[in-house]
Design a protein. Sequence first.
Length: 700
Amino acid sequence: MLGFDDARPLNLVIPLKQARALAKHLDIHTVGDLLKHYPRRYLHYGTGADLEGLGKGDTLNIIGTVTGTHLIPNRKQPKRPIFKVRLSDGHRDFAATFFGSHYAQRVLTEGRRAMFTGKLDWFNGEPQLQHPDFVLLDGPTEATGSLRQLSYFGDLEEILAGKEWMPIYPATKLVSTWTIMGAVYAVLKDLDPIEEPLGFTPIGHLPLNSAIHQIHFPGPKGPGPAVERLKYDEALSVALAMGVRRADLAHHTAPALPRKEGGDQDTLLRALPFPLTAGQQEVLTEISRDMAETLPMSRLLQGEVGSGKTIVALIAMLQAIDNGAQCALLAPTEVLVMQHARSLTETLLRAGVPARVVALTGSLPAAAKQDALLKIMTGEADIVVGTHALIQEGVEFFKLGMIVVDEQHRFGVEQRDQLRAKAGETTPHLLVMTATPIPRTIAITVFGDLAVSTLSELPGGRKPIQSFVVPEFRAKWVDRAWEKIREEVAAGHQVYIVCPRIDGAGGVTETAALLATGELKELEIAVLHGRMKGEEKDAVMSAFSAGAIDVLVSTTVIEVGVDVPNATVMMVRESEHFGVSQLHQLRGRVGRGGNQSICFFHTTAEQGSPSYERVASVAETSDGFALAELDLLTRREGDVLGTEQSGIARTLKLVNLVDDYAVVKRAYNDAAGIIANNLAFARAATASFRPEDFEYLDKS
């Protein structure tokens, strides 16, 4: 977080045993780590317990007032009477049951206020706590059970005094929220005042020192003001990092690649069998203007599936080639690389453009790879299409002037920079493309260093794709889907069937085998998946493109970029296992030849379940931007901000990419002013950031 860190080891501030537990089980090693481990919610009398998502046996924490008690004799164990307590959290009633607890009987009298934690049960629709641990909040007290962990960090009355809001932290079975709360209390008690990173408190916000204290132990107004201040600092951190990146790029020099009248670019434009849309022409004007400058272009081209991004990229690359420069097209999969190499070559040949296309992938045979590397190094290759293999050592360009990154969310900032570095003393122009529409908050965070162009209209002749949910429990609907597939093939068209896995029930292998002997036994069926060798995958795609295969049963290896105009039906099996953006991408593989096309979203999810509703929402709309917002809403922070894809610590712990556009926008406006007036400060403030730290924000 901007301007605040405390690298002191925790074991110098809190007891060694608890410090080791926090390090081992929560990866919290320093004072700064601990203070950035924010509460996930708070207990506050009168706001209601958070019961959503909790089931029998889950831990429930509440602050409640005793409204009544009842002692029941225990015939089996007379010395352990059953003590029933009625509680209210100011919102709803609870019951707590204690067995033989004389302490509970003595102190839990009507009107007493306490914090309870225990296992949740239900009886007649009412939440129950069985023998919960508790600590009184309104008088001399001792804690019971797990709440005793608070006493490791000081006097209980002192720790709890005046605490109207109790923090509940992300915890584990071996490190409770109370251990974390006690550790935070111990750290904050002796923490020196935190200075403002900007030298002043931003207008309308708490001072940073107050925000750090109050997000853990809020005052009467609750945690809201503290959260808003820390959200602003997080957003400003990212904004400054991206602003510094833009400012640094301004010191680089790119080769000026102006438009050349009568060159290969004009030859292709005259030979296109279709007119460019107004959107394509506008985007090309922006790109052409950027490429004519010596300031390196850094532009993001986002557009709906099938909006014509690839032809825009090819026209732009020909502007570079007209100036004697080479172009690199970076794609995420070998299937897509070979698809691009074929389609670009065919388009150039049909137009009579002599530009040469070379493909480079990791699985190329040694002789073919050496031939490709030689053509790249000598300049014989004008357009080099490749996977990550383009970034590896040994790949030397003759004169790299432009880089195009397809499906940019598969690549990191660092990888783009590595490829740019292969140009030597100059910095190539960069165009990154995505068919995954980017919500506006992500557009100004992850892509804050890029100018954004958008293609929103489809080229002429493209018809909207009809989408249908096909639930497994509707047998007649499933049968009709297979019937429609047979009808489309009989009419001369082709079909994709996408499965969520390669092996096992519902996988590519099993599905293809069952279809070959069942529903589609008279059709030519082939399989495609990631475990196949490069030449095998290329052979299958070539045969499918040539029309020799009726039905291609595949994994998501065909998710992006694959273009077979004759394919008119897509069936996604068990579509509830795919993300919103993935389903939209897959649907875009059909309807590319002007024929009316259909996408069937098969699902085994129960009707009314969140998974079913998510699939139904995709079927109901083809608006990629609406689906991008839905994707954020359904995945929330789990995937959009999660660390599973990135392997790095989350940078944005509080900013929500669905709801916090206003705070992000303000931070970016403020960052622009800081960078314009004090670039040295901005650079120092973000010195510890790496561009790839923000890359996971758009992983899907």
